[in-house]
Design a protein around this ligand. Sequence first.
Ligand code: NAD
Length: 474
Amino acid sequence: MPAPKTQEKSFRENVNLAFDLALATLDVPEKLGYYIKCGNNVYQVRFPVKINGEVESFIGWRAVHSEHRLPAKGGIRFAPMVSQDEVEALAALMTYKCALVNVPFGGSKGGLVIDPRKYDEEAMERITRRFAFELIKKDYISPAINVPAPDMGTGAREMAWIASTYSAHKPADIDRMACVTGKPVSQGGIRGRTEATGRGVVFGLREFFRHPEDAKLANLQGTLEGKKIIIQGLGNVGYHTAKILQEEDGSKIVGIIEYDGALYDPKGLDVEKVSQFKQNQGGVKGFKGPKYIKEGALLLEEPCDILIPAAMEGVINLDNVQRIKAKLIAEAANGPVTFDAELILRKKGIVIIPDIYLNAGGVVVSYFEWIKNLSHIRFGRMTRRWEESQNEMLIEAIESKGHKISERLANKLRKGSGELDLVRSGLDDTMREAFQKMREYYWRHDQADSYRIAAMAIAIKLIAASYEEQGVYP
Ligand code: NAD
């Protein structure tokens, strides 16, 4: 993607400007607000790895924005353009996100400057393990203090390597599996984590449409069924969001934007087929059928009901904002709309569901995984068969009174809840509740003139209260 032509503020400045607007709606002491905004610490590390007999050096960061709750939580990103500013901005978003969705973590984030596509699996493992070791040495990875998760360019594979590296260095730590989340299920992960951010985006959108007066703000009505959607980034978050919207909600995915171009079909694209093609070919160029647009970002400007940026930050900015025609922007990525662009979108009547709410599903399910690791037992293991026998008795009792229950309903009723059912139910509940808090604040406070400001204000209020109650240590 070409660099924006217009000089814009840095990612961190964008986050901080929204923070200032949110703080202005609150009665929080100014100096405490300033402390919360600034963030606590950031560790920069440079390390060597031998690849094909040559020493290559890598640079990375782990930022801790807030420790009002421990551990601090946040993903690790592997991307060529990672910078300290970006990592600090993402750590701050984690703080606000966790507070908003009531997950008892502080905020953190890590990043390594690397293009994962340029290295084979063996090299990636060595680089990941070495980065993990550098962070473990300084307590920037630990079940009690700082717990990473996947982000752009990382997934379950990298998390398994991190967990294994931690276990090798701290074998006596009985909670060692809780040092990182987003692991494969066979390595202490939890069912439903891989899809969690995307599923959370869908739960958030469903809740938005349950409130007709909110949908009306974006000139929309009804449900997600038939809504025309353009999505940017068919990675972990984008793929699951698009697939669930298409298969479970009947939405029409009319556009998919990837780094090597975009696909557009007003009749709707087959998400699974495009994803398979991308996995095999490394991009979407060459996919037969829909219209191919070489300058993929231009598709952000096409009219649609919902535009879902799910790739990276800053993609809707002063260069293209005037041409954006979507009714609703659902921020699945972190920071996809810049602060200045948002001011213009608001004047145009385009509604934004903000990142700190909408993509919180990942950290919510990471919280469940962390609890699973600390309790050393899978959710539902002790209750599933018990629930089934209780439900069976209920069915028998109803039928003994002459009421016949259909086989389909009886089967549904009979089923005890397994880990995936519980994870999805907990995620749905969290996303609904957080949306309701956010919209209530938005409708009640004139000064909070966007969901983002409302969401941030709720978060800042909780964090400030936490500092005030705890006192400032030591
Ligand atoms: P990912 O690496 O799995 O996927 C990113 C996708 O975007 C890839 O398919 C990539 O090819 C594509 N892409 C990259 N640059 C692009 C560009 N300029 N234009 C179009 N497509 C581009 O990453 P992810 O984990 O899905 O993360 C995506 C976004 O969601 C990031 O902003 C991340 O911080 C945020 N996020 C991720 C999670 C998570 O659980 N993984 C949680 C919360 C937020």
